[in-house]
Design a protein around this ligand. Structure first.
Ligand code: 6PG
Length: 241
């Protein structure tokens, strides 16, 4: 098993390992730069970990800046909102300054929202060049079709090289999504994939054992200088051998 893949027998063990890692890397970043930048993932998998993280007594919430690696184009109060899920499970329970919460303006026109969010990222990092900035951590999930963030197979965002945040129309969902692009994701210092459940066993085995970037977007997450960590439960790891 590759050393960057960590498997766990229970959800509690999986959550505890991720929180311990986040406590460590956030403390290191805060010591280095006086702040920690993280892009949260959406969907359902992260909720248990966010709930566990909210109980941490070793996290300096005042120095953490929260972004989202993707967002559905809905109001922040909508049940499908990734912001709402993170706010309910984590952000509403910890003393993070509201100015540290960088929500995607997903209620706006999708093109406008993606441009506004890229500007917010640019301002936060003080980026003056076209090169994407380096998030300390980007959390990602894995869809059973191999998508990650909102980079779905056969969508235009897969080929974007000149933007950091993209409005991506996902035909199979009949909806727009706002998503980080691969150039931004692949500048991260650390990418942490969260994969649980037997339904992900086939796609995870494909990504790890037979990464085919032409059909599996998640296989294209290859940080130039950063590292990729996989936090996987035994059900999802069932076909890794
Ligand atoms: C989203 C996510 C998406 C998610 C995968 C896995 O907005 O839905 O960012 O990339 O991580 O679809 O979703 P589950 O955790 O629900 O399986």
């Amino acid at each position: 098993m590759p050393s960057n893949i960590h498997t766990f027998g229970s959800t509690d063990e999986w959550c505890a390992a991720m929180v311990t890692t986040l406590e460590k890397v956030s403390a290191e970043a805060i010591h280095r730069n006086r702040r920690f930048s993280i892009a949260l993932s959406g969907g359902t998998t992260p909720k248990a970990m966010y709930t566990h993280w909210a109980k941490s007594r070793k996290t300096d919430w005042s120095r953490i800046h929260f972004f989202w690696s993707d967002e559905r184009c809905v109001l922040s109060t909508h049940p499908d909102s990734n912001f709402r899920m993170a706010h309910e499970s984590l952000l509403s329970k910890v003393n993070v300054p509201s100015s540290n919460i960088h929500r995607v303006p997903a209620e706006e026109d999708p093109m406008l929202a993606s441009q506004q969010y890229e500007d917010e990222i640019r301002d936060f990092f003080g980026a003056r060049t076209s090169a994407p900035p380096a998030f300390d951590v980007i959390l990602l999930g894995l869809g059973d079709d191999g998508h990650t963030a909102s980079l779905f197979p056969d969508t235009d965002a897969l080929n974007v090289t000149d933007s950091w945040v993209v409005d991506n129309f996902v035909k199979k969902l009949k909806s727009h999504r706002i998503t980080f692009s691969f150039p931004l994701i692949n500048r991260a210092r650390q990418v942490m994939f969260m994969v649980t459940g037997a339904s992900k066993a086939d796609v995870l085995a494909d990504v790890i054992r037979h990464p085919d970037t032409s059909v599996c977007p998640a296989a294209r997450v290859r940080p130039e200088q950063g590292e990729v960590l996989w936090f996987v439960d035994h059900s999802a790891a069932g076909k890794l051998g």
